[in-house]
Design a protein around this ligand. Sequence first.
Ligand code: MOS
Length: 775
Amino acid sequence: MKQEDRDIYYTRGLSVPETPEPGKEPEPWGETNVIGKRRPRIDAYERVSGAAIYPSDVLMPHTLYGAVLRSPHPHAFVKKVDTKKAEAMPGVRSVICAATPEADLRWPYSKEMGAKLFDPHCRFEGEAVAAVAAETPYQAMDALGAIEVDYEVKPFVVDERKALQEGAPQVHEGGNRVGKKSVYERGDVEKGFAEADRVLEQTYRTECELHTPLELHGCVAHWDGDQLVIRESTQGVYAVQQRVAQVLGLPLSKVRVIGHYLGGGFGSKLQASKYTIIASLLAKKTGRPVKLFLTREETFLCVGNRPPTNMTLKAGVKKDGTLTALAFSCTGTGGAYPAGGTALVDWLVRDLYTCPNVRTEATDIFTNTGPARPFRAPGHPQGAWALEQMLDALAAELNMDPVDLRLKNIPTYSQAREGNPPYTTTGLRECIEEGARAFTWEESKKRIEASPRNGHLRRGVGMASCLWIVGGGGPPSTVIVKLFSDGSVNLNMGASDIGTGTKTVMAMVVSEELGVKPDMIQIEHADTGTTQYATPSGGSKTVPTEAPAVRSAAIHVKQQLLKMAAEDLGGDAAGLRFEGEAIVSKSDRSKKVEVKSLSGLKKRGVVVGVGYRGPNPEGKVVNPFAAQFCEVEVNTWTGEVRLLRFLGANESGRVMDRLTFDNQVYGGITMGVGLAMTEFRVLDRNTGKMVNRNWHDYKLPTALDVAPDMVSLPIELKDAEANNTGAKGLGEPVTIPTAAAIANAVYHATGVRITDTPINPYRLSAIFAERLKEV
Ligand code: MOS
């Protein structure tokens, strides 16, 4: 092979890290060749050109199209379903409903509570009532319209603020409380408030936000003999496999789930849905592949949301800014089934700032609405909306800078966890300090406060900070790296790339260890039939969970190559090291063998390395930290808020790919802008139905709504303990503080504190109008 040809595979002239002896943990990377660089996606061309085949693109021969009939009522009882007319319609091949036996399966909405697949008791608008498979999508839709359902419409409650009132309609027989009120307590809050120089109390509300991934939810299911094969838009192929096997009573080995590309999920595709079971049943009945993707309207109703929250926070603080007590209570709703309506909403109150006396309580409530699902940093943006506005208000009360107030209360250990374990790294201080410096916080405040404030355009700056409760996990994660006889590489892992660049980062890890160019690495992933077990991609844990296993697998390859070289060259593998494309003796550089010439490799044709994720460090907590800063301009005539600048400072351990890192920051801030300013579910109080279930009326922030000036500032603390890559996860912390930072900036600009989302012109102009009346 000519030199130029070899350059196709290898990164030119680059060294690879030392290879630890078998059984030993590798050293943290020193100078890196690939990791930390701005590396475009290895599948960028496929994604941008449209060549990438997403599950919703899959079209198999003889495919039928599935569609689901859903309850139009928030609360109703199905008395009778008549499918006769639908069955006789052109192109219709199968109709299933509560009356057909295969649909008499139990769907577990949660560990505690389930329903039938087509349950006659429909507890939310959008619950499945029947389904059709037909030759074309239009025939399937038409057939739905021909199914006659006799509903007994029942009284409903869709507002959690009314669901615990006397006489409220009951979602379930046991009442509208989900389990018991959860209470957390440390220290003595009453004592803490007594010690405080200032005490503030405020209520806050966040509206229900909908996941709106670009790719709709759905799958293509077909039976290959007795094996069910599902191509699904999912964050976790193994999670779907387990749920489908459980519901259909199949062994795991008979359910293959494939999910190569994914057009977004944000938590709503961490789990399987009823539609997967429905498509599988229709495919079984018809003996044909069934493609079942929901409509956009359906996804708004029945595949998850970020629960609305009602929060009260009372905070005590000393004159010098020391927090003495926090008392927090919260109600929320995960909808009609247990779905974590208040999950993690109080976590930041418990753990973000040093505070000896904390009490939190949370009440989760059933309502006749679609079940919630984890949504990018479950609970955290809601909690930050309250806590970070409260910190801002306390700072104003004390005449202190909000930055200084936060710096006064930085923890080094987790106060809310048993035994107060320390964090491996606590970048909160660095995020706030370096973020403030890069944003020119002090100067910006001075500039704004010195400018005349008599016009209708008012500027303001705001900031907020956060941590995220997860920092990678494992085991389990098993990864296989195969080195072929020509030196090119195959990486095999079960994890999904949910659009965050996982494949690219993993290829970079292999590249760093083996010296092979990232483009030369073929990746097999997210297929229960051919790849290793992996937990779903979520919790910002995909990189910190999978990358260490990938690194271990690559090292395992190197260890075997060194052993082969020792056999060829004589001596001990420990006396050898990699040099470019060859392996040389550390003591005698003339003893050398090219990797591709190793006789062991020639004989076997391939070297297979297996890597496992070790546990997180015992007795320590791995959490990412962040702070965000923004500048806004508020029009007090129209109530419009323009975002001028945003800066996100993130301490997520090692930066793996600077390009995907920055893109996560921009994307997370954009999503936070949605929660703060534009997104909310509107339920009609008279009918209980969602009225803005489309992309026209449900407003996602666009490029025109975000700040034209967005800055990503990585705070790269070395974390040698988190895992063997030092990465801690990024996808979720980037969206937690955004809404609160905007609210704080609006307050700085106008003196108006918006405690309820969304901060929109409608709401702001009403407040300004009130104010005008007062003066
Ligand atoms: Mo995320 S809500 O864990 O996909």
